[in-house]
Design a protein around this ligand. Structure first.
Ligand code: DGL
Length: 280
């Protein structure tokens, strides 16, 4: 996609996730930047991404980023840990210079790691994430870079995102998986005092997660952390800030049937959402 085919006029902030999970980030972004326009894209037809290979997650994520660029977004947030850990670096280093070096793609892992130090008192951190995120060791690497002496214990939760995509997050079946994965994590390190929800789908399981963790453990969900980091980024990059349209609107796009997406998003966002189906 040569530069000259990308629209240069200001556009909405693109927010991408494999499916519904990124809505937990979007919700906070809308609150922190109420005037900004957003374009949310959920690749629900191909979710979950969590068990897919590096090459596949990279290809799918790049397709989504290119789509959002063509729709006029100059800034895209990968509101997905799996995409952030498997595709972000390649897109930033390999694809952006080729597509349009002035556009930006930002992820969710770095801001989360920067925030964890403010929560933990003893440096014992727990991470729940998709198999892809955990296997990538992105959190291990970033935490080791940012803090000395922190201990990270991780649990790949194979089914949590799938339960959310199947709209079973509130069902009794979800309890079994949430409980057994958290028991395994805290068996590895009983001193964990801060738990990173390293998948944007997981705040939709928050009630169950709180039920099965020891009292006093801080739960970091990423919405507010990523929103605060974006506000700070835009303050430091007025050139990018000027390339965001300000109408306070959000368009919701999905690669699956729009009606199912609209229904869940309406429930979650607390106002009527009318999604559009697109092809990547
Ligand atoms: N919401 C995503 C994440 O933050 C991915 C879930 C999935 O598609 O497996 O990792």
């Amino acid at each position: 996609m040569p530069d000259n085919l990308l629209p240069s006029a200001p556009g909405p902030i693109g927010v991408f996730d494999s499916g519904y999970g990124g809505l937990t980030i979007l919700h906070s972004l809308q609150r922190s930047l109420p005037d900004a326009d957003f374009m949310y894209l959920g690749d629900n037809a191909r979710a979950p991404y969590g068990s897919r290979s590096f090459a596949t997650v990279y290809r799918f994520t790049l397709e989504a980023v290119e789509y959002l660029f063509r729709q006029g977004c100059h800034l895209v947030i990968l509101a997905c840990n799996t995409a952030s850990s498997k595709a972000l670096r390649s897109i930033q280093q390999r694809d952006l210079p080729r597509l349009d070096a002035s556009r930006r793609v930002l992820g969710v892992i770095r801001p989360t790691v920067e925030a964890v130090g403010e929560y933990s008192r003893n440096g014992h951190i727990g991470l729940v994430g998709t198999p892809g995120t955990v296997a990538s060791q992105s959190y291990d690497i970033e935490i080791a870079k940012a803090y000395s002496g922190f201990r990270l214990s991780s649990r790949a939760c194979k089914l949590w995102a799938a339960l959310v995509e199947a709209r079973e997050a509130d069902g009794p079946g979800a309890d079994y998986f949430v409980r057994s994965d958290l028991e395994a994590l805290f068996a590895e390190d009983a001193e964990i005092d801060s738990l990173i929800l390293g998948c944007t789908h997981y705040p939709l399981l928050l009630d169950k997660i709180r039920k099965y963790i020891p009292q006093g453990v801080e739960v970091l969900s990423q919405g507010d952390i990523v929103a605060a980091s974006l506000v700070d980024y835009l303050r430091r990059h007025p050139d990018m800030d000027a390339r965001i349209t300000r109408g306070g609107s959000t368009r919701y796009l999905t690669t699956e049937e729009a009606s199912a997406f609209s229904e869940l998003a309406t429930m979650f966002m607390g106002h009527p959402v009318k999604a559009e189906k697109i092809e990547l």
